[in-house]
Ligand binder design. Sequence first.
Ligand SMILES: [Mg+2]
Length: 289
Amino acid sequence: MGSLGLFSDLRASKAPILLQDSRAIRGGPTKKLFVFDLDGTLAESKSAVSGDVAGLLYDLLGVMKVAVISGGGWPQFERQLLENLPGDDRFENLFLLPTCGTQFFRFVGGWTRIYSEDLNDQERQLIVSSLHKALEQSGEAVAKIWGAAIEDRGSQITLSVLGQEAPLSEKEKWDPDFTKREKIAAILRPLLPAFAINMGGTTSIDVTKPGIDKAYGIGKLREHLGFSLSEMLFAGDAIFEGGNDYPVQEAGVDSIQVRDPRETAHVIQAVIACLGNGLIQMTSSKKVS
Ligand SMILES: [Mg+2]
């Protein structure tokens, strides 16, 4: 497919991005690092990446560096992403940041954890006991759960009220308007004043140290890879106020809102075509839909 076709696809999908064919025209920065959200962007929630996205990512890794930031833990990266990508030297261009960049993995002969900013034992015990207490006092505990309700991701502890393995259909109907989780969080806040408490997904409450969001991960990419914000490009499915990708755009990274992994595939195709033709130029860090 030629680049014109790709741009038509992009326009048809109303992806909020403008791609120009020449840096020389506007003198903008070259993009050197493409950063993606995982759930809802590269893959459907908690699912493996599709063959299309995996193939395009592999192509992209041949022409530029790529990072993936997610609130999820390392096992999610392995299951959703790595098990579905051909593993070879191109992995050296891939950087993975589970739990919003409180962990950092790169490929050095094998996947290697560069650091992990874990909570200490005392913090973990306090968080876990407070989660149990708040759930019990709220009266929102349920009789049947699927898998463990509390997951320790090292730098983040997550309460999934129906359990980690609950079917999506059950999870979706449990707390669609957040009232149950808000009730639990209201009890939790005074118990954990030194931590950030966020409601995520469909049934979960995440506890981290304060200030941990995807902008934190972007800061880690700058620090460890040496790229400036203007050299990065970000794609995510939640770049709106309150969305967990919003902090990246707010930090000043040129950002592309995508609807789903299918639209992400179109964006990757267009970026590869632009790189092949010489360059990409974004007009603004704000979306231009
Ligand atoms: Mg997402």
